[in-house]
Write a protein of this length. Structure first.
Length: 407
């Protein structure tokens, strides 16, 4: 999500400012998440327990409607992109019944389409294919960049500060939800920012776009510690690894951890603050070195990026299957870019569809197929009201426009 505005900002001759914005936004988002964790960790964890399949399905249904906020000027192409993402997410084993779907007799497809190679292909390798036609162009950055040249202006900081605070709070809340994670936080932060005013349109190199997703994903990582420490419930694969490590050291994460091992809990939280500061310093120091990549001629960048894409895809799956997925996804992303189809709705649909389908079907199993269950739970009822409002707003605006034309 950062690349949606980071790359256009670099193309405008501000690569250092793009990296600086991403780093300071990540720091602010992580700081907000850690402050919330320190003061309300156990309370947030108990709040997360109230989110069962019904509440999660309602929340994700609202998030799915946010795909429309990423569609740009052509809703039809955005809808097609979203539906393509939903179809891709349906490939593999049914999460509830275990029935294989859309595998076409291929055993590799029974496990679904791996997300990491897919995103590497759509975002990374598709860009390589675009660069192949521009390999003789001069690099966008030819001057030496110093660290002080990467500092953002006070105006840019005033633009990113409220966005980082808002996305930090949102990302922390998303982080405590099971199965959501930093990726969902980044998409949600960017989508919510679409509903707020920005000095520049998102997707054209806006500071607000970079700040929204960077602050949200870092805050989500901090928020994930709430259910892990207070309830012993990992919200992601990383959390599960941490839980196993804590248990190996004789610690039992749960409601009593804050009272039986307060020195460990508060030491861990303090270490997160320290790590956030150290990471910010390191990130600032290496900005000039990262920007030097842009001075490399395009004809050299193409094989380098291709190698990174192949290695990253292979390491994600430990098989050539990931590389094949990356190559096919790169072709898909290239064709979509050539035909002006947005890729962001496709990726967002893939991220949310599987989680949404699992929780939706569990909710219907609980209610015997009745959709009224979404209005019988207080939290889900609030989300459904928000969904109705989001659906009605475009209709009301269109009706008002017709009435003004008639008058």
């Amino acid at each position: 999500m950062t690349s949606l505005d980071g790359y256009p900002m670099a193309q405008k001759g501000r690569p250092g400012q793009a990296l600086f914005t991403a780093n300071i936004s990540s720091f602010l988002g992580g700081l907000i998440g850690m402050i919330i964790l320190a003061f309300t960790g156990p309370m947030l964890a108990r709040l997360g327990l109230n989110f069962g399949p019904v509440e999660m399905a309602a929340l994700l249904l609202v998030a799915m409607t946010s795909i429309g906020w990423l569609m740009g000027e052509n809703p039809t192409k955005g809808i097609i992109s979203s539906l393509t993402g939903i179809l891709i997410a349906c490939i593999g084993m049914d999460a509830v019944t275990g029935t294989p779907r859309y595998h076409f007799g291929n055993t590799y497809l029974l496990g679904g389409i791996p997300f990491t190679p897919l995103v590497i292909g759509i975002v990374g390798f598709s860009r390589v294919m675009s660069l192949m036609g521009k390999r003789e162009e001069r690099p966008p950055v030819t001057v030496k960049l110093r660290l002080k040249d990467s500092f953002i202006t006070s105006s840019d900081f005033r633009r990113l500060l409220p966005v980082a605070i808002r996305s930090g709070i949102l990302g922390t809340f998303i982080g405590i939800l099971p199965g959501a994670g930093a990726t969902t936080g980044a998409f949600a932060g960017y989508a919510v920012q679409k509903k707020f005013k920005s000095a520049e349109p998102l997707g054209t190199g806006a500071v607000e776009g970079i700040a929204a997703c960077e602050a949200a994903n870092n805050a989500a990582a901090a928020g994930a510690f709430s259910p892990l420490l207070a309830l012993g419930i990992p919200g992601s694969g990383t959390g599960a690894v941490l839980l196993g490590g804590l248990m190996m050291w004789g610690l039992n994460p749960g409601p009593l951890l804050f009272t039986t091992n307060p020195d460990f809990v508060w030491g861990l939280i303090a270490s997160l603050f320290l790590a956030n500061i150290i990471t910010l310093g390191i990130a600032f120091c290496i900005i000039p070195f990262l920007v030097k990549i842009l001075s490399v001629p395009t004809r050299y960048m193409i094989p380098a990026i291709t190698t990174v894409c192949i290695v990253g895809s292979f390491s994600a799956t430990n098989s050539i299957y990931g590389v094949i997925v990356m190559l096919l996804a790169g072709c898909l992303g290239y064709l979509m870019n050539c035909c002006d189809y947005p890729t962001a709705p496709l990726v967002l649909a893939i991220v949310l569809s599987k989680i949404f389908e699992t929780n939706l079907r569990r909710a219907f199993l609980m209610s015997g197929g009745s959709p009224m269950i979404f209005f019988q739970h207080p939290i889900s009822a609030v989300f459904m009201c928000v969904l109705i409002v989001l659906i009605m707003i475009p209709t009301i605006r269109a009706a008002r426009g017709r009435m003004r034309k008639e008058n």
